[in-house]
Design a protein around this ligand. Structure first.
Ligand code: HSE
Length: 425
């Protein structure tokens, strides 16, 4: 090594910057998680200066004088370096975040339902007024998936993204699969542990992972989807019969989001229960953990796994956004410059279990490969568009549906042409 390198002057220590002042809106599971992390790590360089909550009467873990009740007052407080929005109500959250971005402010949010509904407007507000919005905590808790897609894979095309994006439903499936616990008690446990949404049907009906899939589509493909366009099938109708069906094949049931580029360049997006075998990295993603498999054109396959729900893991993602903001980071949304179109004119192989034969007629299977009258299930191909059109009715009748195979173009019997390189899930 050259001596001039060895004898170079030591690096000058960077003077500690003034801590950034946070205006925190919402003090639920994630808000408390963030607060607790900052208390445990005062050297992080962030202090919670003001906290706004909705309900003055609610008992809280901090003295009453720490709380105030007018979120608008934080929007105009220029002594706050950043606003952190962690409330439940998606409409109120949009009003606050939009107003903050109109003022050119820095904002961190974890509100996936709000973001999925309003992302194009929020991106436009940032571009017009110079504010910055980050939301790593909105998808997969502690897994740095948004920043990975936006910054690292901002240029490289992706073939496929496959992920378990909801901790609560994964927890319920794990309890049912491993412990033989019934659905109801397993869901109650997920709620007690603070994984579930205030309305747990958002988790169990796959509305929550659908919002997350919409956000991932924006960063992975540059595609802004209306959440309603994305098929979401949940696990409210699941029974021990379905778990046994999967186990008899050495597989597990997972709620999986699949984003996939088709050979013609269009992109599909759907969130459904799915059979997953031991060859998939998602097979071992249990409890409240989330996992994402990326298949990139040049990098090949990558797998990220981590805690997908809970105050500390999600608070950790908020802290990572705060640190990124302090370094001047903003999302690039690079792929939105040339977005693909969204494809739903496909068939999908499913397992449908129902005691209502009319549902089988309604879905109009183009091909049936297996039928078991005693267990009430049928396996075969149906049009994705039929599932999208009838998903509310299927839910209402308590049917359980899971994906068992690949997508294929309509009318191409016995040709799973959309298999990708790994073909794992
Ligand atoms: N209810 C969500 C879940 C919380 O279970 O994944 C994290 O977004």
């Amino acid at each position: 090594m050259p001596t001039d390198v060895v004898s170079a002057a030591p690096l000058t220590p960077i003077a500690p910057a003034r801590p950034w002042h946070i205006g925190l809106i919402g003090f639920g599971c994630v808000g408390q998680g963030l607060y607790d992390i900052l208390q445990q790590h005062p050297a992080s360089g962030f202090v919670v200066a003001r906290i706004v909550v909705k309900n003055p009467a609610k008992a809280r873990t901090l003295p009453a004088e720490r709380f105030e009740f007018d979120a608008d007052a934080l929007l105009v407080d220029d002594s706050l370096d950043v606003l952190v929005e962690l409330i439940d109500d998606a409409n109120a959250a949009f009003a606050l975040v939009a107003a903050a971005l109109l003022r050119g402010r820095r904002v961190v949010t974890a509100n996936k339902a709000m973001l999925a509904r309003h992302l194009p407007a929020l991106v436009a507000l940032q571009r017009a007024h110079g504010g910055t919005l980050l939301y790593e905590a909105a998808v997969c808790g502690s897994i740095p998936i948004i920043r990975t897609l936006d910054a690292y894979f901002g240029t490289e095309p992706l073939r496929r993204l496959t992920g378990i994006l909801n901790g609560s439903s994964n927890y319920v499936l794990t309890r049912m699969g491993e412990g033989g616990t019934d659905y109801g008690p397993a869901l109650a446990q997920a709620q007690q542990l603070g994984f579930a949404e205030t309305d747990p049907s958002l988790d169990m009906g796959a509305f929550d992972p659908r919002s997350k899939a919409v956000l991932l589509a924006a960063h992975a493909y540059g595609l802004f989807l209306d959440p309603e366009q994305v098929l979401n099938l949940g696990i409210e109708g699941i029974s021990a019969t379905d778990i046994a069906f999967a186990a008899s094949r050495g597989q597990k049931i997972k709620v999986v989001a699949g984003l996939q580029r088709l050979p013609d360049g269009r992109v599909t997006a759907l969130v459904t229960p799915q059979l997953v075998g031991p060859e998939s990295p998602l097979f071992g993603v249990d409890e409240e953990f989330n996992g994402v498999v990326l298949e990139a054109d040049f990098a090949g396959e990558q797998f990220l796994r981590g805690r997908g729900a809970g105050g500390h893991p999600t608070g950790s993602a908020v802290l990572a956004d705060l640190a990124a903001l302090r370094q001047g980071f903003a999302y690039h949304y690079a792929k939105t410059a040339a977005p693909p179109t969204h494809a739903t004119d496909l068939e999908i192989e499913i397992y449908l279990r129902t005691d209502e034969p009319r549902l089988i007629d309604l879905l109009d299977f183009s091909e049936v490969s297996e039928e078991a009258d005693e267990d009430g299930y049928v396996v075969g191909y149906v049009a994705l568009a039929h599932l999208i059109a009838h998903r509310d009715l299927l839910r209402e009748y308590g049917a359980f549906i899971m994906r068992t195979g690949q997508l294929r173009p309509i009318g191409e019997a016995a040709t799973p042409v959309l298999e990708t390189a790994s073909g794992r899930v």
